[in-house]
Design a protein around this ligand. Structure first.
Ligand code: HEC
Length: 128
């Protein structure tokens, strides 16, 4: 059986998060119709990601192909986990208003996006 690959698992979660963000931004820009089911799917996947992320920075996953995880994560894991929790809270707190309308999305998504950025600025390395 293949060994559990934390670096690939977290990269996949991030890519899915980004794909959902892209769909939502299209709705906010009127490039696709508002769809509450897609909004719900995005928030469900973000909530799942927020919950799983802290457990995916194992000692043996500091290196690996295409890894953009900053070594700082392992040095300040508590702060990193708090940023993941803050992301989870932003997702939970904004889900209800987001799924109602485009205006709801416009209010909710900046709060969620800020939580993404707030973690990346400290813990994601630039593109290699
Ligand atoms: C608690 C921290 C944290 C939060 C919150 C977070 N990310 Fe990330 N993100 C990371 C880290 C760390 C990496 C680098 C992971 C790696 O390469 O192992 C990353 C990588 C990425 C990547 C690059 C993936 C790749 O392999 O090229 C994208 C895209 C991304 N995140 C999108 C998002 C989006 C969108 C959100 C919010 C909806 C989000 N992230 C929330 C920490 C976070």
């Amino acid at each position: 059986m293949a060994q559990f690959d934390a670096a690939t698992t977290r990269a996949n979660l991030m890519k899915q998060s980004e794909a959902h963000t892209g769909t939502i931004v299209q709705m906010m820009r009127g490039q696709r119709p508002f769809d509450a089911a897609l909004v719900n799917a995005a928030f469900a996947q973000w909530a799942d990601t927020a919950q799983k992320l802290p457990g995916l920075f194992l000692e043996n996953s500091k290196t690996g192909g295409g890894n953009r995880a900053s070594p700082k994560i392992w040095l300040s894991k508590k702060d990193f986990d708090q940023k993941a929790a803050a992301f989870g809270k932003a997702v939970a707190d904004n889900r209800d208003r987001a799924k109602v309308s485009v205006n709801g999305l416009r209010a909710a998504i900046p709060v969620v996006g800020k939580a993404c950025d707030n973690c990346h600025k400290d813990y994601r390395l630039g593109k290699q």
